[in-house]
Design a binder for this molecule. Structure first.
Ligand SMILES: [Zn+2]
Length: 723
């Protein structure tokens, strides 16, 4: 009989056993735990809650179940004492390969079952943000490989020690160590709980999934190599471990393959392309590593970039027009992402030498070169590569991305940052797939040409020498409000939801209300349109810079738009999120857990005031003030609040949950009630508006503290105690 005949017999036997079906049934049920108990990925995003968590729970549970099944199968002939018979019919080495293959078939079969069974529910739950390719990638990159890694590792040990208990114990250690400091901080080692901190609903997830795929390849190669080595330990002709090893190694191919694979895995580990070598401890002095040469003046900055959405790499050619007034050769420097290489470098069309200092720090490395003594120099730098993440992001990756769904390239990830002053004129030509709409932090962006091959080249100018590029399938709304042009970029997946919340009207209302009551948004200029941009959940929050402000996709999810603490309807919640441009970005807030003071207090209060103006006092009282009062009084009636001594007796995660709900009530309800009380004490709404406008415009503090607010009102903490 040949290999395939044995495989047919063995696989048939495994699939006829009831025990196999019990294990398969439990494995298929394991992803359910991701909905309820095992939720490592941030559930604010639907894809994380309904795809990542089930896939991760399936990997975790399935790995243990498959380890049990594999040991049960491998130990069977020894348990039943039939090894003597089978060994005389077929080589035990070949039989173990057949068994291993059958188990892999079972793992793949289980993967198909899971993929089909969970699809309808996931599809319905995710609605407009469902992505089939993300769904398939998660189960086939995260879940199914975990079964195979478990089988390879546990049977690898069993073939050497031939003891079920010892093999399972070693497997248990191999699984548990994922959650300890030894493996938990390494994306490449964590196999049972791969690093997926969140999944974006609206944008790309390729970078994170590529990291998990790399992790899988690493373990397959390493464990494959070790498994072959352990296969050579399969006992032959009653020989000992060593005797069998020597006998089995006579066929040189197996030991050779094993060594190649184990060596290959070492190369994969050392040469991983995702995480740079920046020290984990942040050295702020390293921000001065890029030395600016003051003898050289940068006249014009031009860059052409072509992100490759298939490989995730960035390519570009940067042309710098320089003036060298020194009459001598000069040393120049640029700073780039540690994953990039300089492909060529020329000055006035002749190649010049450069040194890659490989001094990774803060996700940058410096390139040093010598410029000729010519007065006018055209320096052309061709660069490219796969953008590496800063080492501190290893367990929270995903912001940087070049894929068909999303491009996020900022600073040194976009193009080399040159160490020269000047640059009155800066231009970037960006070639992208035509479905992606780019946003830059520069003054202007427009289509330069349609390349008739599915790509479009955009020209953006006035970006300085440090660029921000985001691109996605955006829908753009242009509005005019408060004397400025505002371009609002949000994922086209939310087109229907944004229409429903009347986004154009809401934006206009908020910008005009806040502009009138508190003052102009500080990042807006009259000359160029102001860009308000939705970005990925991987960012975890928003930020603002001249001409541009970004919001995290959390603000756009159906769950978020239905949050009654933020507003009574979708458009009121959206108004709340836009008001954060003033309270949260225009003015930032310190972290103050004790009083509950945060950017939410004034945002909630402003939303209430806006709705009061729009719908009248009765509406605002019912949908805002009464909601706050109800939440606060319910909270103070809470058993654990009144009996804190019992709180300490609860398990830690319950304590954390109660603590978080307390913070939510303080941030969103108690502080707004206190602001309302302050409004009464200072003499009414107009007076409060004057105070807030004063703080917004003239405060010298970078962050608005509770004390500063109280001082501005001329009140004390005690004055605002609620009855
Ligand atoms: Zn908020």
């Amino acid at each position: 009989m040949n290999f395939f005949s044995y495989l047919r017999v063995e696989a048939g036997r495994i699939f006829r056993a009831r025990f196999t079906w019990l294990i398969l049934l439990l494995t298929v049920l394991a992803p359910l735990a991701g909905y309820f108990v095992y939720k490592p990925s941030n559930t604010l995003m639907r894809s994380a809650a309904y795809i990542a968590n089930p896939a991760l729970a399936g990997a975790f549970g399935g790995a243990f179940l498959f380890a049990v099944l594999a040991l049960y199968e491998f130990d069977m002939i020894h348990r039943n004492r039939t090894a003597v018979i089978t060994d005389s019919i077929v080589s035990p080495v070949q039989l173990n390969v057949v068994r291993m293959t059958s188990l892999i078939i079972a793992a793949i079969g289980c993967g198909f079952l899971i993929t089909v069974l969970y699809l309808p529910y996931t599809f319905i739950t995710l609605g407009s943000v469902f992505s089939l390719s993300l769904y398939l990638k998660c189960f086939w990159v995260v879940t199914v490989p975990a079964y195979i890694i478990a089988v390879l590792s546990v049977t690898g040990v069993y073939q050497i020690v031939r003891r079920v208990d010892v093999s399972f114990l070693i497997f248990l250690i191999f699984a548990c160590v994922n959650f300890t400091g030894l493996m938990n901080n390494s994306f490449i080692l964590r196999w049972i709980n791969p690093v997926i901190p969140v999944l974006s609903d609206d944008f790309g997830n390729n970078y994170v999934l590529m990291m998990v795929l790399y992790n899988r390849i690493f373990w397959f190669v390493l464990l494959g190599g070790i498994w072959i080595l352990s296969l050579l330990c399969v006992r032959r002709y009653g020989k000992s471990l060593l005797g069998s090893l020597l006998h089995n190694s006579k066929k040189i191919l197996l030991p050779f393959m094993s060594i190649i694979m184990i060596t290959g895995s070492a190369f994969l580990y050392i040469g991983q392309p995702f995480i740079d070598n920046s020290p984990l401890e942040i050295n702020y002095d390293a921000y001065n590593k890029l030395v600016y040469n003051e003898n050289i003046q940068l006249k014009k900055y031009y860059v052409q970039i072509t992100p490759d959405i298939v490989t995730g790499k960035q390519y570009g050619v940067q042309t710098l027009q320089l003036i060298n007034n020194s009459g001598q050769e000069q040393v120049g420097m640029v700073s780039i992402n540690p994953g990039y290489k300089i492909l060529t470098m020329t000055a006035n069309a002749s190649t010049i030498d450069y040194t890659d200092l490989k001094d990774d720090e803060l996700n940058q490395k410096q390139i040093k070169f010598t410029l000729p003594k010519d007065k006018e120099i055209e320096l052309v730098i061709e660069f490219g590569g796969f953008p590496k993440l800063w080492s501190i992001e290893e367990t929270f990756p995903g912001q940087t991305e070049v894929s068909g769904d999303y491009i996020f390239l900022v600073n040194q990830d976009f193009a080399p940052v040159p160490g020269f002053y000047g640059a009155e004129e800066t231009i970037a030509d960006i070639t992208l797939p035509s479905n992606l709409i780019p946003v830059t932090a520069a003054d202007t962006i427009e289509v330069l040409k349609d390349n008739k091959n599915g790509t479009t080249t955009w020209r953006s100018s006035g970006g300085g020498i440090i660029w921000h590029l985001y691109a996605a399938e955006y829908d753009v709304k242009h509005i005019e409000a408060a004397g400025a042009d505002i371009d609002f970029y949000y994922s086209a997946k939310h087109k229907a939801a944004m229409e429903r919340v009347k986004i154009s009207d809401t934006l206009k209302e908020v910008f005009e209300y806040c502009n009138e009551h508190y003052g102009a948004f500080p990042f807006i200029s009259a000359e160029h349109p102001f860009k308000l941009v939705e970005l990925t959940a991987y960012m975890g929050g928003g930020f603002a810079m001249d001409g541009l402000s970004v919001m995290d996709e959390n603000c756009f999810s159906e769950e978020g738009l239905g949050d009654p603490l933020k507003g009574a309807s979708g458009n009121e919640v959206m108004a709340h999120e836009i008001i954060h441009q003033w309270w949260g970005l225009g003015k930032m807030f310190p972290w103050d857990e004790e009083s509950g003071w945060s950017s939410e207090g004034l945002t909630v209060y402003t939303t209430y005031r806006l709705m009061k103006e729009k719908y009248g006092a009765e509406y605002a009282r019912k949908h805002y003030v009464e909601v706050w009062e109800k939440q606060v009084s319910e909270y103070y009636l809470n058993f654990y609040h009144r009996n804190p001594e019992y709180l300490n007796k609860l398990p830690e995660n319950y304590q954390a949950r109660i603590h978080n709900s307390k913070l939510t009530v303080m941030n969103y309800c108690e502080i707004p009630l206190k602001i309302l009380k302050a409004e009464e004490l200072v003499g009414g709404e107009d007076k409060m508006d004057q105070i807030l406008a004063e703080i917004f415009k003239n405060s010298s503090q970078p962050e608005l503290s509770y004390q500063e607010f109280l001082d501005a009102c001329g009140l004390t903490k005690e004055d605002l105690n609620l009855d």
